[in-house]
Every structure is written in structure tokens, then in C-alpha cells.
Design a protein around this ligand. Structure first.
Ligand SMILES: Cc1ncc(COP(=O)(O)O)c(C=O)c1O
Length: 382
């Protein structure tokens, strides 16, 4: 039985024994027993394989899990000034060679995306974005009534940077997702630099947001951080997420890097959420565990190659992905792909207009999950 969040709160509020913990440490409450997720089983959701949210198929590394467990103690009762938040900020500033006030933490980079649109766009200052790309910025622009200039991806499913530059004059914000979600495609540092310089030359007041949520999965010979541009231009900033290669989506933590004034403007425009002590210690441990990140990158590439070549065998081409998701041309609507796979408990991505008639985003899970998914693809699409 599925239990909704609202249903959970209701039952927890009126239940007789919600939250009982047995001698094994396993929660024995009937409410928890009804949860659609078996928390002891790992990442599987009630027998379904969820390949629709670009979450991690492998979960955090052992050191990160260990840190979360170690600090899950009585100290959790304190924490309005959470331990590890200053340490995390310091670690980020020191790795990127910036000051503490160039780093803005948020409980998920989503808040930074929303704050940036609220800070820089309004009815007279459009958002320039791509279609399809990650849609939070666009959704926020719609909420505040800012015009949206959406430039379709090119024939290789890459951002049309020239097209975006061409409509940027007078824009409040240009959102560049590199690597791009959902297409997984990237642009070289030279291409990004050329676009940034062209935008700012024609429109010096425009802000430019480089979303690098998936950077840890990118091939460094094809894509690199835009940090040098952040250091050169006050109006250019980056956001990153701990939800992807660091596998902390459930902890909700991300960060921005930019000029102190820019970080302050974004922070004042919208709440960034509080970063909890456990999220901070998890992020700090994951950030410093370079060996695990390298393993994660290699494992993701292995899973991606396996899945892309299986789809190629079935006649479906995939744009080169530098992320933990792929966007194959399935030669049919994404809705048809979902309808074919869902009965087999393989849950793939939503529609991504204007490419929803041909392309379907598939998040990459573990190898085991993708072997199961590919078996279903062979069955339903052969
Ligand atoms: C490109 C991109 N940016 C930002 C986010 C937001 O991530 P979070 O709020 O978990 O940091 C996502 C999530 O899928 C994403 O794909």
C-alpha cells in the first residue's frame, strides 16, 4: 500500500504506537511497516526501478554513510547553528580558492535556481533559457511573471549557445545548464567563454547562471568548470548540487559560487533553506572522498556505456551524455515509452517539450537495475 506524506503525518499524529523501535533498532511501527519503501533493502522503491529523477543508483560512499551514522546522536537535539556548516563552507572556499562570502549554501541547489530568477528577472527583464533544459528557472520566471525566451536545442541535442546569445540583450538572467539536463550534452570551456563574453559585451547588466549540477560526471577533455569566468565577472555565477555524483539527494544540499554581492542578492531574494548538521557532515565527507567520487564516475560511465549500446542494438541513438542520465531518440513519444515500461516496473522520465514526441529521459541506476531495465527494453521495443 502506498502511503502519502500527508497520510503519514495523519497516521503518525493519531496512531497509538508510531515510532516504536524494536531491540534490533528496526522501526516496528505499523505506520513505518506500511511505507512504500523498504529502508533496509537499499534503493529499490517497492519493487519498482525508478529511472526518472536522476537520483543515485548506488547511494553515498561508505565513508559518507559512516559519518552520517556517527553523527546521528544526541547532538541532533541542538543545531540552530549547525555543526559542520562553517567547515563545509571553508572546505568549498579553500578547494576553489575563493572567500567564504563567495560560497552560498542551500538545502538543495533548487533554492539557488529559484533565488537567482527572483533576484534578476521581472516583467521587464526576461529569462533566457533552453528547451529542453532543467525547468526550475523557467518555472520560477512563470511564477513571477517574467517573460521567458526559450531557445530549442540544436540537432545534436546541445544548447544553441549562439541562439541564446542572440536574444540575451536586456535579459535579467541567462540560464546555461552545462552538462545539460535532460540531454546530457556539454560545451567546452572555450564555447562557454565565447558565449559569456558576447552576452556581457552586448548586455553588461545581464546575469549568467552556469548550472554545473552534473559536472562530476563530465569528461574533463570536453567540459570544465566556468569558475575562471566567475572570478572574472561579477555577474557570472555557478551552482552545484550534492544530489548527483555525491548521492545525497535525500539530504538536500547544494551551493553557489559567485561574487559576494551576487551571492548576497540571490540570498536576499528567496529563502535558501537551512542546511542541517547531518547534511553538512555528509556533504563535507563526500566532498573530501575524492577516491569514491572517482569510482562513482567510472561506475556511472560503465553503466551508461552498457545502456547506450543496448539501446543502439535496438536501433535507438543517444546523444553523448556526460551525466547520470541519457536522452535517447526512442522514435516514439516519451508517453508511449512510459506506457510500455511501467507495467514491467521500470519507471522512466517525464515529457521534455519540445522533444517529447521522440526523446525520453532515462536516469541511470545501478548496473543491476539497468540490466533489468534493458531486459524490459528488449522485450517491449525489439
Ligand atoms: C541541472 C540541475 N540543476 C539543479 C538540480 C536541483 O538539484 P538539488 O536541488 O537536488 O541540488 C537538478 C536536479 O535534478 C538538476 O538536474
Amino acid at each position: 500500500m502506498k502511503i502519502t506524506r500527508r497520510g503519514f503525518v495523519k497516521s503518525a499524529g493519531f496512531g497509538t504506537a508510531a515510532g516504536l523501535i524494536g531491540g534490533t533498532g528496526i522501526i516496528t511501527s505499523p505506520v513505518f511497516a506500511q511505507s512504500r519503501v523498504d529502508h533496509m533493502a537499499g534503493v529499490y522503491d517497492g519493487g519498482e526501478i525508478h529511472l526518472n529523477q536522476n537520483e543515485s543508483g548506488r547511494g553515498p560512499g561508505p565513508k559518507t554513510l559512516e559519518a552520517i551514522k556517527k553523527y546521528t546522536n544526541m547532538r541532533v537535539g541542538r543545531g540552530y547553528a549547525p555543526d559542520f556548516v562553517p567547515e563545509l563552507q571553508e572546505a568549498l572556499a579553500s578547494r576553489y580558492n575563493v572567500n567564504r562570502n563567495n560560497v552560498l549554501l542551500a538545502s538543495g541547489s533548487t533554492w539557488l535556481l529559484q533565488g537567482a530568477v527572483r533576484a534578476y528577472c521581472n516583467a521587464d527583464k526576461p529569462l533566457v533559457t533552453a528547451g529542453p533544459t532543467f525547468s526550475t528557472s523557467e518555472g520560477t520566471a512563470r511564477q513571477i511573471g517574467a517573460p521567458i525566451k526559450q531557445i530549442p536545442l540544436d540537432k545534436d541535442a546541445k544548447l544553441d549557445l549562439d541562439g541564446m546569445v542572440a536574444v540575451s540583450q536586456g535579459a535579467g538572467l541567462v540560464y546555461i545548464c552545462n552538462p545539460n539536463n535532460p540531454s546530457g550534452t556539454v560545451h567546452s570551456p572555450q564555447a562557454i567563454e565565447k558565449a559569456v563574453r558576447a552576452i556581457l559585451a552586448a548586455s553588461p547588466d545581464t546575469h549568467i547562471h552556469l548550472d554545473e549540477a552534473y559536472i562530476d560526471y563530465a569528461d574533463p577533455s570536453k567540459m570544465q568548470t566556468a569558475l575562471p569566468l566567475v572570478k572574472e565577472f561579477k555577474n557570472v555565477f555557478i551552482t552545484r548540487s550534492f544530489s548527483k555524483a555525491h548521492a545525497l539527494a535525500g539530504m538536500r544540499i547544494g551551493y553557489g559560487l559567485g561574487h559576494a554581492d551576487t551571492m548576497r542578492e540571490i540570498n536576499s531574494a528567496w529563502g535558501m533553506g537551512d542546511v542541517s548538521m547531518l547534511a553538512a557532515v555528509a556533504a563535507l565527507t563526500a566532498f573530501e572522498d575524492i577516491a569514491h567520487l572517482e569510482w562513482e564516475r567510472e561506475e556511472n560511465a560503465r553503466v551508461r556505456n552498457f545502456t547506450v549500446s543496448a539501446l543502439a542494438d535496438l536501433g535507438f541513438d543517444t546523444p553523448e551524455s556526460h551525466t547520470n542520465h541519457i536522452f535517447p531518440n526512442m522514435k516514439q513519444p516519451a508517453s508511449a515509452v512510459r506506457a510500455a515500461c511501467t507495467p514491467h516496473k521500470i519507471i522512466v522520465g517525464r515529457d521534455f517539450p519540445p522533444m517529447e514526441h521522440t526523446h525520453c529521459r532515462i536516469s541511470l541506476g545501478s548496473m543491476e537495475e539497468m540490466e533489468a531495465a534493458v531486459a524490459v527494453f528488449r522485450k517491449v521495443f525489439a
